[in-house]
Design a binder for this molecule. Sequence first.
Ligand code: AHM
Ligand code: MG
Length: 336
Amino acid sequence: MPDQQKVVTIERHIIEGERAHPGATGHFSGLLRDLTLAFKVIWREVSKAGLVDILGAAGQTNVSGDDVKKLDVYADEVIYKAMDHGGHLCVMASEENEDVLHIPDQYPTGRYALLYDPLDGSSNIDANVNIGTIFSIYRRISPSGKGRLEDCLQSGYKQVAAGYVIYGSSTMLVYTTGDGVHGFTLDPSIGEFLLSHEDIRIPKRGKIYSANEGNFHRWDENLKKYVQYLHEEDKNTNRPYSQRYIGSMVADVHRTLLYGGIFMYPADKKNPEGKLRLMYECNPMAFIIEQAGGRASNGKQRILDIQPSTLHQHTPLFIGSEEDVALAEEFIQGKR
Ligand code: AHM
Ligand code: MG
């Protein structure tokens, strides 16, 4: 059978990836398998969201002060419940919870820490716009037993895996374990994620920029200059760039991964540290984009090198094609 007709489920891909590493115990593939199950459960609820009375704010705000929709709460619980008893994790942390989430006493603990944003882009749910789940996995650094905050508060370059699921016209899971970036499309008729995008590479340079330009007058002068540069007419550098902004990070970064260009959520007068969260959103996306040959920065420093100090800290983010992000950094640093 020609190779392109080979059907590879995510489970097979994970197991084969682990086999390539001598000494692997199977814990890691078990962990990813459990996570995949949680994603399918969330997908099922997201796709019937318009049909059942599950939409609307749950009347709470999360630790960052945003409205929490019922589906966020649901997705948060599904992931925790799918992952609390497998014996692979020592601790978890979720964008929806202020403190780390411990493994219940009755279950064994394992060697990994999981951080996740259960449903990113939740303000888009009611408009049927793509939303997503983002995850990030670290090896534990505490000796044994229950995990601790320090297991979660590691720099992004220490991630052993990261990925996202985008729930949309089709549902896709994109992940990396540091060995390239691979995409799987959910076949709803059989309930399996099938390999559809092997070894995704982001173009070296794109012609799309993505930002909430409504904040323009809150940006600093160097950043304004960069965006004005993108507006200018110049055939040789493909300018003006096109602007695309969904307002759902998973969807905006997914498009950037496939088409190239730059996605940014800079600091502004209202959010001096930017809006996006380092641990739940920026680090996992930075790991994926770098693995695909791209670049991710806060304008001055590589995202993956930032030493986190709190679970919910924010950071400015510039992410995408290598050359586009490098150019944005030059403007931001006043070198152009
Ligand atoms: P959320 O985690 O509360 O959903 O917020 C994060 C979202 C990102 O998906 C998106 O990039 C950003 O917020 C959009 O913010 P804005 O509406 O300010 O443009
Ligand atoms: Mg989020």
